[in-house]
Ligand binder design. Structure first.
Ligand SMILES: C[S@@+](CC[C@H](N)C(=O)[O-])C[C@H]1O[C@@H](n2cnc3c(N)ncnc32)[C@H](O)[C@@H]1O
Length: 213
């Protein structure tokens, strides 16, 4: 049920969140993940960030609830993934990139060493953020690194998703488990005219680095 609206978006081609190139803040801060073997990408869609992370030598594990999105990732690269059921979930993999088709909150995975989160925490209803953070923490080794990319804006101007994510939100979710740093930010409104059309007058896209101990 939680996934139905997302399935409808994918089926209708309403995937304005998908970026044609790797996320600029990921590219700028990918060195934070150097040395981390297995990188978890929650709510991964068909993101080019999976390919980018793989190109940097990581073993990449995405979790995506809409099968069509997971299949599209491999189809658009012209590859036929290994297709199997692991822990009850359809699992597609090719050359170091695995996408587990599952509701993230129910996903069972081998522990990961890092997380790259873009369009994930901001996609879940804010009432579920605590559960989302707990789930993410439960899938990680210690120490571990998280890179979280999110939008911060006046939530009264525009309805989510993406829901606004402030530095205070990130600290509230992860601060008790490690060090939180706002690594950098940029003005996201110019590059996302769809947000202006939806009523936003200012949006900051920021990347947070969390070092779990
Ligand atoms: C805003 S999109 C971002 C996708 C990707 N991270 C990106 O940057 O392009 C959110 C994605 O999460 C998926 N999704 C939403 N809720 C989910 C859940 N509970 N479990 C797994 N996937 C979910 C949606 O189908 C969608 O592909």
């Amino acid at each position: 049920m939680r996934l139905d609206p997302w399935r409808e978006r994918w089926e209708a081609g309403q995937t304005g969140f998908h970026e044609a190139a790797p996320n600029a803040l990921l590219v700028a801060h990918a060195d934070a993940l150097v040395g981390q073997r297995r990188v978890l990408v929650p709510l991964c869609g068909k993101s080019n960030d999976l390919t980018y992370l793989r190109s940097r030598g990581h073993e990449v594990v995405g979790v995506e609830g809409v099968e069509m999105a997971a299949l599209a990732y491999f189809a658009e690269r012209g590859v036929l993934p290994k297709d199997e059921v692991r822990d009850g979930a359809r699992t597609l993999s090719h050359d170091g990139v695995t996408i587990v088709v599952a509701d993230y909150f129910d996903a069972t995975l081998e522990p990961c060493d890092a997380v790259y989160d873009r369009g994930a925490i901001v996609a879940v209803d804010p009432s579920l953020r605590g559960r989302y953070a707990e789930k993410t923490l439960s899938l990680l080794t210690r120490p571990a690194t998280l890179l979280v990319v999110g939008f911060s804006y006046d939530q009264t101007e525009m309805a989510g998703p993406p829901f606004s994510l402030s530095e205070g939100d990130v600290r509230a979710l992860f601060g008790a488990h490690g060090a939180v740093e706002k690594a950098s930010s940029r003005d996201a409104l110019a590059e996302n005219p769809r947000f202006r059309e939806r009523g936003a007058t200012a949006i900051e896209e920021a990347v947070f680095r969390v070092e779990l101990t």
